[in-house]
Design a protein. Structure first.
Length: 338
C-alpha cells in the first residue's frame, strides 16, 4: 500500500511538472513568434517593463480565482474585477475631502491604499459569508455580489469615470521602474511567493487542498470547512482590492466598468495554469507563467494592431479549448503496464 501511495505521489509530481514545462515552453514560443512578427522592438527593455506593469492587476484576480477553485464545491470568484473597481472608486471618493493631495501626497496614498484594502476585506467577507454560512453556490453568490459591487460603483459615480489626477507617489508605484522592475510587478511577485509558501508549507494550505480534493475526507478529518471557505473568499477580496489599487495607480483614474473582460481572462489564466475546476489542485508558479504568456500574447496583438474584439474572441476560444482538453486523460490511450 505504501508503495502504491509513493508511486501515485511520484506520478502526481511528474504530471504537475509537465504542466509547468508546458507553460515555460508556451512563454518561449510566444516570445519567438513575437520576434518573428513584431521584430526586435518586442524585446526592448521598455516593452518588457510595460508588459510587467500590466500583469499584476490581471494576475492578482487570477490568483483569487485559483484559491476559490482549489477550495472545491464548484468554487469560483466572479466578483473580483467589480470589487477591484469599487475599492478604487470608494477609497478615492472618501479620501479626496479628508487629505490634501497637493500638501500630503504620500499620506494620501497610504490612507487611500488602506481604505481600498478594507473595502476588499469587507467584500471578500460578504462573499465568504454567503458561500460558507448561507450555503449559496459560489458561482451564484459571486455573480450576485459582482452586480451588487458594480451597482454601488455606478451609483456613487453616476456612471462616469473619476480622474485621480497626477499623484506622484501613486503614479510612481504604478508606472515607474526601480532597478528596471516596476514597483507594482515587484509587489505582485512578493504576494505570489507568499501565497505559494502559505499553500505549500502551512496547515491552511494542506487543509484547503484536502477540502477541495475530497470534501468528505476533510469533514471526517475535522477540518472546519465553513471557516476555510470564509477565509479563502476573504483573501480573494483582499487580492481584488490590491488589483484595484494597481489599476488606479497605472491609469490615474477609476471607473465602474474597467476591465469588463477581466473575469473571462482571469478564468482562462487559471485553466491554462492547470488548476482543476473541480478543486484540490493548483500551483501559484503556473498561474504566474500563464499570466505572463497571455500578457505577451496581448502585447503581440497590440504590435500587430489587432482589434480588441478579436482578442476577446481569442480568449474565449482558448478557454473553451483548455476546458475541453482538460476533460480527456491522454494516459488512457497509452498501453497499460502492470
Amino acid at each position: 500500500m505504501a508503495c502504491g501511495c509513493a508511486g501515485g505521489s511520484a506520478l502526481f509530481v511528474r504530471w504537475s511538472d509537465r504542466q509547468l514545462n508546458f507553460l515555460v515552453v508556451a512563454n518561449a514560443l510566444v516570445v519567438a513568434v513575437a520576434v518573428i512578427f513584431a521584430g526586435d522592438t518586442f524585446l526592448s527593455l521598455y516593452n518588457f517593463q510595460s508588459m510587467s506593469a500590466q500583469v499584476p492587476e490581471l494576475a492578482l484576480l487570477a490568483l483569487g480565482v485559483m484559491l476559490a477553485m482549489i477550495a472545491g464545491n464548484g468554487g469560483i470568484d466572479l466578483s473580483g474585477i467589480a470589487l477591484a473597481n469599487l475599492s478604487g472608486i470608494a477609497s478615492y471618493l472618501l479620501m479626496r475631502d479628508w487629505v490634501s493631495v497637493d500638501d500630503q501626497p504620500l499620506t494620501f496614498v497610504w490612507i487611500f491604499a488602506g481604505i481600498a484594502l478594507l473595502i476588499g476585506l469587507v467584500g471578500g467577507m460578504i462573499n465568504g459569508a454567503l458561500i460558507a454560512f448561507v450555503g449559496l453556490t459560489p458561482i451564484i453568490a459571486t455573480l450576485g455580489t459582482q452586480l451588487f459591487f458594480t451597482g454601488i460603483a455606478v451609483v456613487i459615480t453616476n456612471g462616469s469615470a473619476v480622474s485621480l489626477g497626477y499623484i506622484e507617489p501613486l503614479d510612481n508605484f504604478g508606472n515607474t521602474p526601480v532597478f528596471g522592475v516596476p514597483m507594482c510587478f515587484a509587489l505582485f511577485i512578493a504576494i505570489a511567493v507568499l501565497l505559494g509558501i502559505v499553500l505549500r508549507y502551512t496547515p491552511f494550505g494542506l487543509k484547503l487542498y484536502l477540502m477541495g480534493s475530497n470534501a468528505k475526507a476533510a469533514r471526517y478529518a475535522g477540518i472546519p470547512q465553513r471557516r476555510m471557505l470564509f477565509l479563502t473568499y476573504t483573501v480573494c477580496g483582499i487580492l481584488a482590492s490590491i488589483a484595484g489599487i494597481i489599476i488606479a495607480a497605472r491609469t490615474s483614474s477609476v471607473k465602474w466598468d474597467y476591465g469588463t473582460s477581466y473575469v473571462l481572462i482571469a478564468i482562462l489564466i487559471v485553466v491554462m495554469a492547470g488548476v482543476r475546476p473541480e478543486g484540490g489542485y493548483g500551483r501559484v508558479i503556473c498561474v504566474v507563467l500563464s499570466a505572463t504568456a497571455l500578457q505577451m500574447l496581448s502585447s503581440l496583438f497590440n504590435f500587430l494592431d489587432i482589434s480588441n474584439f478579436f482578442r476577446d474572441c481569442a480568449w474565449g476560444l482558448l478557454l473553451l479549448i483548455f476546458l475541453a482538453t482538460s476533460r480527456f486523460d491522454l494516459r488512457a490511450f497509452l498501453p497499460s503496464r502492470r
